[in-house]
Design a binder for this molecule. Structure first.
Ligand code: UDP
Length: 327
């Protein structure tokens, strides 16, 4: 079986990717420091605990498993935190990734699938966000991801490392079978916070700003189901295996939903009231982030099948009620 090194494989998206890789016949080797991930989420292949900044440890893992590719999910990924602690974001995301990329090249592992983000685009008025849109991130999270994209390009020119870069829009939902799901510590993402508020596990949700230039005043995002998202990663891996060129792909559906629309849909899925209050804007938030590209569909053959708001919230709600790493 072909080994794939999955950094952040104990996290939300990484654990779903491990399941998709296992189902596609690969062995996902999780490399994770368990700072934001959960060992209970590592169910589909071997686990190696370590820091991305620890080159000696990385070299040992590459030597042991001889992975055919790296899928790099491990990162700090919260906008609010990135505004408050930019240094942590630059250090963890950029230095960690650079060390990983150098270790991969040294080990001769030249296929790389990278989790980037639509946060690299920043604020654009009336512009269709496709892969050629200029990248002007509003926060250190987006800026650190853009820097890693640049590092990957330099390493391709110098060392032949080929990369599929995915710029995610907003990821939501959970494995429909409930084996893995979304759980962050602390939780900052809209859907899990809302579900927690619905069943009284935490206080009312705060809606961050109702004075944006959108039809209902709240921010608009393009939500994609985590299972659809990780399916694209397997297709991206196949793309590299076929010897194709490095490529950037947006992963979004092209449909935008406001915070209020997400709240309404959650009410309708759960049949429970969503307790919420209106608060000020959160620093670093863009008004609207919606993908305007179908490149992933056209070139990778990606077909999102679960990315309706209703299915994403239903799957997240099922996971929320049945599974949890927080025992
Ligand atoms: N949001 C909100 N209240 C919260 C968390 C998020 O109103 O407690 C809004 C946030 O401003 C954004 C959207 O929900 O418009 C999605 O935020 P999230 O943190 O889930 O993802 P991000 O867009 O930051 O990647």
């Amino acid at each position: 079986m072909t080994n794939i090194l999955v950094t952040g494989g104990a996290g939300y998206i990484g654990s779903h990717a491990c399941k998709a890789l296992r189902d596609a016949g690969y062995t996902p080797v999780t490399f994770d420091n368990l700072v934001t991930g959960w060992q209970d989420a590592v169910k589909f292949g071997p686990f190696e605990q370590g820091e991305l900044s620890d080159r000696t440890r990385l070299d040992a893992v590459f030597a042991q498993y001889q992975p055919a590719a790296v899928m790099h999910f491990a990162a700090l990924s919260q906008v609010g935190e990135a505004m408050a602690e930019p240094g942590r974001y630059w250090a963890n995301n950029v230095i960690g990734s650079l060390t990983l990329i150098e270790a991969a090249v040294a080990a001769g592992c030249l296929n790389f699938v990278f989790s980037s983000t639509c946060a690299t685009y920043g604020e654009h008025d009336n512009v269709v966000l496709d892969e050629n849109t200029s990248q002007q991130p509003l926060n250190a999270y987006g800026a650190s991801k853009r820097a890693i994209e640049d590092i990957l390009r330099d390493f391709e020119a110098a060392h032949g490392l080929r990369a599929v870069i995915f710029r995610y829009f907003n990821v939501a939902g959970a494995d429909p079978k409930g084996e893995v799901g979304e759980f962050h510590r602390p939780e900052t993402h809209l859907v899990p916070l809302m579900l927690d508020a619905i069943d009284g596990k935490r206080d009312a949700l705060t809606v961050f700003g109702t004075d944006y230039d959108t039809p209902d005043g709240t921010c608009i995002r393009d939500y994609v189901h985590v299972c659809d998202l990780v399916d694209a990663h397997v297709l991206g891996l196949n793309w590299l295996e076929q010897g194709k060129q490095s490529r950037v792909f947006n992963l979004g559906t092209g449909s935008g939903f406001s915070v209020r629309e997400v709240i309404e849909q959650s009410h309708s899925v759960t049949n429970r009231k969503v307790p919420y209050t209106i608060g000020p804007r959160r620093a670093g938030d863009c008004t609207k982030l919606v993908s305007g590209s179908v490149r992933a569909q056209q070139e990778l053959g990606w077909t999102p099948t679960r990315s309706t708001l209703k299915t994403m919230i239903s799957d997240a709600w099922r996971w929320h009620q049945t599974g949890h790493y927080d025992k």
